[in-house]
Design a binder for this molecule. Sequence first.
Ligand code: IYR
Length: 237
Amino acid sequence: MTEWQAVSAKEAALSRIERFVPLPGYVEFPANEMRERASAFLEEVQRRRTVRDFSDRPVPRDVIEMCVLTAGTAPNGAHRQPWRFVVVSNQKIKRAIRVAAEEEEKEFYAGRAPDDWLEALEPLGTHEAKPFLEKAPYLIVVFAESYSIGEGGERSKNYYVTESVGIATGLLITAIHRAGLVCLTHTPSPMGFLNEVLERPTNERPFLILVVGYPAPDATVPNLQRKSLDEIATFIE
Ligand code: IYR
């Protein structure tokens, strides 16, 4: 193959799959409409609360699928998409997760947690009993892929894994809220048992459990205030 033949073969390969395409689907709004949209979205997410009292009413699986696909749109390191969402509705597996989580939590609340941590949790009224892990219709167990394993078993590095999975989880929580469901971010510590119960490989590290469903009719939440703009933002102009 001559040099120019090699170059044109490369170009041909590239022209089959364009490396860059025009920005698809971007929509610009006039400033006033932008303001209205930002304000309506703020109002909608301000209504989101973390809920611990769940109903056992079933939730349509296709809604959960769309929420997971939404999570998968998150920006992420080198586009490795280093996440795996294990969606559990199986009653036996939910029970196994509850039993294992409560075992860890018992130790946490009975002494493993330092006093300052327990004091910080006091206003939330949390304790070692985790009935929601069995009652809620869905547990979405989020795993972070510390590294990827290719078809032939070769390992490749992932980048900014925690940041990527954190952003994806934020989108997942927002999508669940937008759909009219509630969720709870639950982080039993340590979470290694999730690999065993869910039979996940060792390159997947449990990130958190998202408990998803309808709130119980008598659900209550702690009376919390969110920080103001001044408290969370600094503008340098
Ligand atoms: N994992 C424990 C403790 C816990 C920790 C934090 I930080 C919270 O915001 C809430 C709970 C539990 O789930 O009870």
